[in-house]
Every structure is written in C-alpha cells, then in structure tokens.
Design a protein around this ligand. Sequence first.
Ligand code: FMN
Length: 397
Amino acid sequence: MSDYQKYQKQYVSLMNKYPTIQDLKKRALRKIPKVSSEYLETGTDDETTLKNNIRDLSKIRFRPEFLKGELDVQLDTTLFGHTFSAPFGIAPVGLTGLMWPGIEKMLATAANDMGIPYCLSTVATETPENIGPLISPTVGWFQLYVPPDMPTTLDILKRARGAGFKQLVITVDIPQPSRRQRTRRAGLKMPPKINAQLIWDGITHPHWLKDTLINGLPRLRTVENYNTFKMNVEAFKTKQRGSNLSWEYAQKIKDAWDGPVLLKGIMTSEDALKAIDAGFDGIVVSNHGGRQFDGAPSSIYVLPEIASAVNGQIPIVFDGGIRTGLDIIRAIALGADFTLLGRAFIYSVSALQQLGPYHAYNILFEEMENNMRQLGIETVQQVKQLQAIIENDNSYT
Ligand SMILES: Cc1cc2nc3c(=O)[nH]c(=O)nc-3n(C[C@H](O)[C@H](O)[C@H](O)COP(=O)(O)O)c2cc1C
C-alpha cells in the first residue's frame, strides 16, 4: 500500500486529532530532540521578524459576501506553464534530516502525489540524484546556495538538472551567516557529533533515535564532496559566494540553467524590478523565515508594494509565517501568485512521518476551500481581487 493510500485510510482520525498545523507543531516538537527543534524554530537575534511574519498575516481581514448560491471552489493554479492542485508548495529547508531522518523522500513523494512543488535545498541531507526520480520535473524545484567558484556551481546545476529538477531558485538573502543564538545554545554541530547531549536527546526521543540509527546521522550529501564547499553549520554560508553574489554572477547562473529561474529573498520593489530587467522568471518575496536579518519587516508587509511595482510582469512567490489556508488567501490577496511553506511541512513530518505532508496538504487545502466559501468566492483569481482590511490601519477603520 502506498503512503498516500495509508493516509487516505487514516484521514478521518488524523483530521480529528490534528485539525491544524499548530496541532502538528505541538506533536512535532515533542517528538524531536532539542537540537532539532531549536534549529527548526530559531530566527535570528531577538526573533522579531520571525514573530512579525506570523503576527502581520493575522492582521489581514476580509468582508465576506453572501447569497452567492452554490459555490464550486477550485484551488488549481498555473505557474510556469504547469497547473498545480493548489497555490502552495514546500519551501527549501536545509539540514532537513535533523528534523526527521529520510524527510526529503517523504516530502518529495507526497508533493508529487498531491501535485504541488517541492523545493530541495542545496544543503538538504539528500542529493538531487536521489530525490529527482521521485518527482516530475514540474514538481521539482532546486534551491541553490551559490558556491564560491563557478566550476562547483556549474557541477551542482548539472547534477540537479540531470536529476530532473526543472525550476531553479537562487537564494540571495545571505550576504553573511546570521547569528542564530538558539542553535548555538543547543550545541548544534555539523556534522552532528555523538556526545553526551546528543545521546541523552536521542534516548529521550526514541522514535527519532531509531530512525536516525537506521538512516545514519544527517549529512549535507549534495555538497560534502566539493573541496571548495566543505561545510559545517557555522561556516557553510561564509564559504559560499553569498557574500559577493552580484547581479552579474546571478545572471551567469541563469544562463547556465535550462528552465525557469527565481530569485529568493527579494524584499524591495527595487530588487524586484532589477530581477525583471535581468530576465529572471520569478521572485520569492521572503525574509528567510526571520532567520537572517532581524531588522527586516515581515514579508507580508513588503508584498503589496512589490506586487504593485512588478505589476504582473513575472510571478511573485511568497513565503514567511504561513501556518493556515487563510494565511495563503491573505498572501494571494495582497499580491502573491503562489506561496511556499517552510516550517509547516517540516512539523508535519516530525509529527507523523510519511503521512505528515499529505495531512499538512489536506489541512491547508480544506482551510483554503472553506474560507473561500465563507468569502463567497470560487477561484484563486477571485482571491487576488479581494479587498483586504488591515487591522489598525487607519485608512480602513
Ligand atoms: C529550518 C529551516 C531551514 C531553512 N533552510 C533554507 C535553505 O536551505 N535554503 C533556503 O533558501 N531557505 C531556507 N529556509 C527558509 C525557507 O525556505 C523559507 O523561506 C521559510 O521557512 C519561510 O518561513 P516559514 O518557515 O514561516 O514558512 C529555511 C527555513 C527553516 C525554518
């Protein structure tokens, strides 16, 4: 029986027990060691941006319209010429196996079954060669942390494209590694070292430990064999070209890729317009889930301005703080064409392993569908036309 069939059999009981992403989060944080939960949950510095991503989304309201008769709600959304079953996908997350061993295969398989994108990180714990065969090229997005030299960059691109990934996402928002105090205090080392703390963490989380013993400790398998890209968690971002990534260099990467290329981490209309001028196919409005710069606004705060500047010329993908289907509606109403979720899908696997991503998908799908009915609308196109009310914004009160 496939994982999807297993999920279908358990759908009702899982939906009753874990009706929201928040329920999955609670279970996930109980099931994984502290070193994993701190890595997953951390922002940077005071974590203001991380909190504001969620808070600012919750301030967006809509006036429902009624007497619309029978509504036929459709969530399918076309992006880069392919129709996905819903306007959301799985964001790139690094060091993934620390949150659950074998997680990339579970996320990729479910994304493929559900018909939503899965973006594999350069610093995931699985390789494009092992994940590519599980997914169709339109579902497969590959995220690039730009290596320090062109030969390594070209080799990674060749491997990802050869493995079947069609969309490339270049992450641009890491000029320098950020300070993530929680992971420091939790003693995260890369590769994780077997020490007393990890042993204790493992013993107190036996399911995670059992699966880790079967799969081995997480390794950055895609990049571990490049001499120029030898990594550990503290250093891996300094050793890449992040610190001197330029428009010219990004352009060279784009030219080397056969397929749509998006820039991830765009937070201003100026950079969005430059991305259009440089011929990029899309942008991801994102502040890296609050993990890079704590002085940044929430990503939803900058979205309307960027959307108005971009004016439909290229698709805008949005991430940061999405925990519900209503949040996805909020992001689309404020200008996104598509959305990604990072932590939410990781919670789902840490909570329910291979059934998790199917469940997260269904929660988000049902929340979107239900809220669109409450609003009296049927299509994602109509979500785009909603008039938002921002709580405490004087222009609306
Ligand atoms: C644990 C963790 C690891 C991440 N690793 C990466 C990464 O390797 N590459 C990347 O571009 N973004 C990475 N991100 C950022 C996500 O792609 C995404 O922008 C962010 O999680 C969105 O916010 P959300 O978690 O509130 O959905 C990571 C985020 C988290 C939480």
